[in-house]
Design a protein around this ligand. Structure first.
Ligand code: F0G
Length: 460
């Protein structure tokens, strides 16, 4: 892969100093945090790659918009601006703001799902799966098999396995499938994109069986950029045109705006034209999120979101953004460091199973690498593997994950090329001493979502 770097399409007006601890101080801090990166104070982190969610840098335009907040309880002008921007970009009639992505899921999913129902997705994000289950339904992942092979190139590893989707519909009965969910990009498979062809095909199947297609749209703009880069017939289309076509295949979307809309807090629900569904969404938004014209956000947040939606689909921004992933990936290629390839839109997923083959899944190679990155250079990442998966609720046994990833999620417009070099250099130095890195065991864990608070100790 070429290691061309697309320089930042912005200049820096304000800086946020970051502390650099010594190696000894970092050893102390990670020990105090019980080898759990979530327990570190952010001020003890040099480069924070824990999430790309809500961690982006807003623009001068967005900050100016913050000052124009109309904090009226109802009918604020910022809501109107947001509604107009979102209607234009997505082509949906009804737009409901909420405070973040999982709030959109909490409002929408119980309307369409219930006990005995199934949701089938290319891959559910954790909170989406949780809300499917809270609604009493079951969540089934149906990603293409290429997603599981981290080495072989495939342009759209995020795709739905449409053959299997049809089989699942036949097996469970169309009337029992409450929803088909398309997550773009497919976060859990490594920020991998979904092709337009696959969206079209999935939408056709959904229509054939009269099942609503919901788009989980957190990283919609990055997905559109990949379609422009990789899918025949889209080279000359604008990101805006591609986004409009992508959303034409869905009926509803839920969105965490903390990603591609480059705001620190916010979410959206979009409904193409179903007025009845919109009424139900409004009825659930008011008690959970607040009145419909603010949905859990301040007027100023709505304005920043309206502006961020437009900035997020700017071609030059996206070229730089995905360019950062490609630059980092090209440096890893040169050093033979394995990752989910081709690189995704918001993160580089290092294949810790391959980098640390001597550490078994039950000693958490993804977590071991995450701890090592902090010790090496103050870089905070997280495990997306067996440590995150937890124990089987029926048997209590540790689940063996299909992947053992360490996720390097890159915040938007925050870190420079030099930071990317620090990350690549740290990984190279870890690779050299990989044999000496030990796994971890859990000393204490809560029953659910254990990876956020579990306490670990090194195996040796
Ligand atoms: N859907 C996807 C695909 C996501 O990646 C996320 C969040 C959500 C929904 C929930 O949105 O956080 O605003 O409530 N992903 C973050 C991450 C947390 O780090 O990948 P939220």
């Amino acid at each position: 892969m070429k290691s061309k770097y697309y320089a930042e399409p912005f200049k820096i007006k304000m800086v946020e100093p970051i502390k650099i601890l010594t190696a000894e101080e970092r050893l102390e801090k990670i020990k105090e945090a019980n080898y759990n990166l979530f327990s570190l104070d952010s001020e003890d982190v040099y480069i924070d790659l824990l999430s790309d969610s809500g961690t982006g840098a807003m623009s001068t335009g967005q900050w100016a918009g913050m000052m124009a907040g109309d904090e009226a309880y109802s009918g604020s002008k910022n809501f109107k601006n947001l509604e107009r921007a979102a209607q234009n970009i997505f082509g949906y009639k009804y737009i409901q703001p909420v405070h973040q992505g999982r709030a959109a899921e909490k409002v929408v999913l119980p309307i369409l799902l219930g006990p005995g129902k199934y949701a089938i997705s290319n891959m559910h994000f954790d909170t989406t799966r949780a809300h499917v289950e809270i609604a009493g339904a079951r969540a089934i992942d149906c990603v293409v098999p290429e997603a599981l092979d981290t080495e072989t190139y495939s342009p759209f590893k995020g795709n739905m396995d449409t053959k299997r989707l049809k089989k699942l519909i036949a097996e469970y009965g169309a009337k029992n499938i409450g929803l088909i969910i398309m997550t773009i990009t497919n976060n859990s498979a490594g920020g991998q994109p979904v092709s337009m062809e696959n969206l079209r095909e999935t939408s056709k199947i959904a229509a054939e069986y009269n099942i609503p297609l919901l788009i989980d749209a957190a990283r919609f703009a990055e997905n559109a950029y990949f379609i422009k880069q990789r899918e025949k017939g889209y080279e000359d289309k604008s990101i805006r045109e591609i986004v409009l076509e992508m959303f034409s295949y869905g009926k509803i979307f839920t969105m965490s705006s903390k990603k591609d809309a480059i705001v620190n807090i916010g979410g959206l629900i979009g409904i193409k034209d179903d007025e009845g569904l919109y009424e139900e969404v409004k009825a659930r938004t008011i008690p959970f999120e607040g009145f419909i014209s603010y949905g859990g956000l301040a007027g100023r947040d709505l304005e920043a979101l309206a502006i961020g939606l437009e900035e997020g689909i700017d071609y030059n921004y996206l070229k730089y953004r995905i360019g950062q992933m490609e630059y980092l990936a090209a440096r890893l290629d040169k050093a033979n460091i394995p990752y989910q390839s081709p690189v995704g839109g918001h993160a580089v997923f290092i294949d810790a199973k391959k980098l640390l083959p001597h550490i078994p899944y039950y000693e958490f190679p993804g977590q071991a690498l995450a701890v090592e990155l902090y010790k090496e250079a103050g870089i905070r990442t997280c495990d997306i593997g067996s440590f995150m998966m937890g124990n089987d609720p029926d048997t209590g046994e540790q689940i063996e994950s299909q992947f053992e990833f360490t996720r390097l999620a890159i915040p938007r417009r925050v870190y420079t090329q030099s930071h990317l070099d620090v990350i690549a250099d740290a990984l190279m130095s870890i690779k050299e001493r990989a044999d000496s890195i030990s796994g971890y065991k859990i000393n204490w864990e809560p029953e659910i979502l254990r990876h956020f608070t579990a306490k670990l100790v090194p195996k040796k």
